[in-house]
Design a protein around this ligand. Sequence first.
Ligand SMILES: [Mn+2]
Length: 296
Amino acid sequence: MTSLTIIPDIHADPTRLHTSLDAATGSNVAFLGDFIDAGNSVDVPDDASVLRKVRSLVDHEGALAVMGNHELNAILFHRRDNKGAPLRQHSSNNVSQHASFLDNIGFATPSAIEWTEWFLSIPLWIELEGLNLVHACWDQIAIEMVKERRPDGRLTADDLEEVAHKESEFAMAVEMLTSGPEVMLPDNFWFYDYKGVKRNKVRLAWWKSLQGSWRDLALAVPDVTQLPDTSVSGTEGITVYGEGKSPVLVGHYKMKGEPLIESEQAACLDYPEKICIYHWVGEKSLSNDNIEVLKR
Ligand SMILES: [Mn+2]
């Protein structure tokens, strides 16, 4: 493989998809998941058209894709357990997160079932010669855990109830790969996320040494001054992604500011306010020169 263009979270934005694909001309593409569920900033959300395009590229053009937490959530949202309860609760937060898909494709319609079945065929991670791709966190222990049962990284319908309950090691490994490591804040601390949801757990930058403060290491926190200005704790289950590993590219974290690599080994490409892609040409150390920010 000589060149690969990596495209992060599309979130039902056809303009974002087509702008990214236009800039990938001549190279194969790899998607980092989260194709569906528009945020507020998407002018004309169209989950179905984004999915049709991505699926045709994956099925017929050799494009690569890993599953995002939004695809996993959708699989669960549209299915029920053997007692008839939805595998993902239809709470107001969960419905609002999934609103553009529900408006566009409906709840448990034949089309919703067909799309979410296709989501099941998307692997949780892709390991290329010299490059790793995952939606939220490359955690080797989590990957080995899932690999034991699903060597190709693809969940099956038999896994879904277990994954939905988020209790077993297998389920927690799937959560780690699709949503990243999450740690409980010290007592009495909480923050509002980008959707205005109050949270007492925070995602941490697993590509850093984990020696810093909550404010240094927290991801996807709009106002870090809501967090304690003390050293992080409770990070025992998190493996730092460091030197000697192939570079890894992820989406997921709704980054702000100028898109930059996080280290020579890791970059997050999900910048909702920009359209950001990465051109990988086989380098063993990631480079800011290979990040491209596109005009809408
Ligand atoms: Mn995500």
